[in-house]
Design a protein around this ligand. Structure first.
Ligand SMILES: [Zn+2]
Ligand SMILES: [Zn+2]
Length: 424
């Protein structure tokens, strides 16, 4: 009986992995331009870390976490809590008051697998800790947009403010009053959320709730002066940086810890409107987790969704890497010679390959084509005795005699020099 992968868990096969590598390399390059440094955390954390940060009454903590309840540990459902735990534990702020950090890796949530949504999914997560300035919020969004644009993706940015502990409770009360009067028209989830997490009603996907919240009070009209000023400055800076965006007062994000600025990068190309990246400010969270009183802001981007979007929007964006030299050896001696030559070529940083099967020249040339090799070196036992081989430029089909003089690094270097100076 064949054993298959678990439902909601997926292999990333080599062709797809090429795209993933491209996304990761582009992200690392851009993150580092913005002064971000990589941090890697373990996948397992204490369950309490997530219930205290994400919030007890959130979908994630209520029903989506993979927890080992007998051990009190959970497979991380998102990166921010783990990253902040590490930040606090190692006192990173002592070395450098403003920390710019990023991490890339798998997250785990037990939810219904649907298009682009898996139980093991991957995120690129960035956080700036220790800065309250609204310019930082704008800078972070500009970075996200630069990354998506660099990948060739067309995605729109939506921005909102969720206020602060001074002004949000007032809005919450107003919203509950509004919703209580229309309680019968709410979906079952939202009726339950009314007492635990009423803001979630604003981004409920049910058609009835959507229609109902259209006329609900706007959080942007409930902001205190400080939050208002902050949001105005975020908008001003986005304008200066040439970042196009729209305001969306219904965006609340699923997590409890957000304060003030929240944002999402949205696409309509993955079926329904979907976020490929989202984040926001969380000024009270670090203290809430037992750390110093420091502000923070960050976002996470979903690798699966970005990869899927790239398939749709930039199909030919990624070229398969090619080999530099394929050694086609005919005969036992030639094969032995090729084996050592390939090793020496690789130590000179060339991508070299050969086939040990002793198949026909035709079959080996086919293999060279399949791996997209720039050159093929054809060696037979006779040629070896005459100390020469045939070097074929796979693109131009041109062939030259290439002198062989031992298998050593010097011979490999001559080949490397030749292939480097030739088009192919
Ligand atoms: Zn406020
Ligand atoms: Zn609803």
């Amino acid at each position: 009986m064949k054993i298959k992968a678990i439902n909601g868990f997926k292999d990333i096969l080599p062709d797809a992995a090429l795209r993933w590598q491209h996304i990761e390399q582009t992200a690392r390059d851009i993150f580092e331009r913005f002064g971000m440094r990589e941090i890697r955390m373990p996948i397992l954390e204490k369950t309490e870390l997530f219930s205290r940060s994400i919030g007890e009454a959130t979908d994630i903590v209520e029903k989506e976490m993979y927890s080992f309840s007998d051990k009190g540990i959970t497979m991380r459902p998102e990166a921010t809590a783990s990253l902040l735990r590490a930040f606090i534990e190692h006192g990173l702020h002592v070395q450098q008051p403003v920390q710019r950090l990023y991490t890339i890796g798998p997250m785990f949530r037990h939810e219904r697998p649907q298009k682009g949504r898996l139980r093991q999914f991957h995120q690129m997560d960035v956080e700036i800790i220790g800065a309250t300035e609204p310019q930082v919020d704008a800078e972070l969004m500009a970075m996200g947009q630069m990354l998506l644009n660099s990948l060739g993706l067309k995605v729109s940015l939506e921005v909102n403010s969720l206020g602060c502990p001074d002004c949000r409770p007032g809005f919450r009360t107003q919203l509950i009053e509004y919703l209580e009067e229309r309680k019968d028209d709410l979906c079952e989830d939202c009726r339950r959320r009314l007492s635990t997490n009423p803001l979630r009603t604003l981004d409920c996907k049910s058609r009835g709730c959507k229609a109902l919240v259209k006329d609900a009070p706007s959080i942007l009209k409930s902001l205190c002066n400080a939050c208002n000023e902050h949001f105005a400055e975020v908008e001003h800076t986005l304008g200066l940086l040439g970042v196009t965006y729209s305001k969306n007062r219904f965006m609340v994000r699923g997590l409890d810890y957000y304060t003030r600025t929240t944002f999402e990068f949205i696409t309509g190309d993955l079926g329904a409107q979907a976020a490929v990246g989202a984040g926001g400010r969380y000024d009270g969270l670090i203290e809430q987790l037992g750390g110093p009183k420091l502000p923070g802001i960050g976002f996470a981007m979903g690798m699966e969704r970005i990869a899927l979007l790239m398939e749709q929007q930039v199909e030919n964006g990624i070229h398969k890497p090619s080999a530099d030299i394929f050694v086609a050896a005919l005969g036992a001696k030639a094969s032995e010679y090729g084996c050592v030559l390939v090793q020496n070529l690789r130590s000179l940083k060339l991508k070299a390959a050969m086939d040990y099967s002793g198949r026909s020249l035709k079959a080996q040339m086919k293999q060279a084509g399949r791996i997209n090799s720039r050159f093929t070196l054809i060696i037979g036992d006779n040629e070896l005795a005459e100390e020469k081989a045939v070097l074929r430029n796979m693109q131009t089909q041109e062939q030259v005699d290439f002198p062989l003089n031992g298998t050593g690094v010097e011979q490999a270097q001559r080949l490397a020099d030749y292939t480097e100076s030739s088009q192919g």
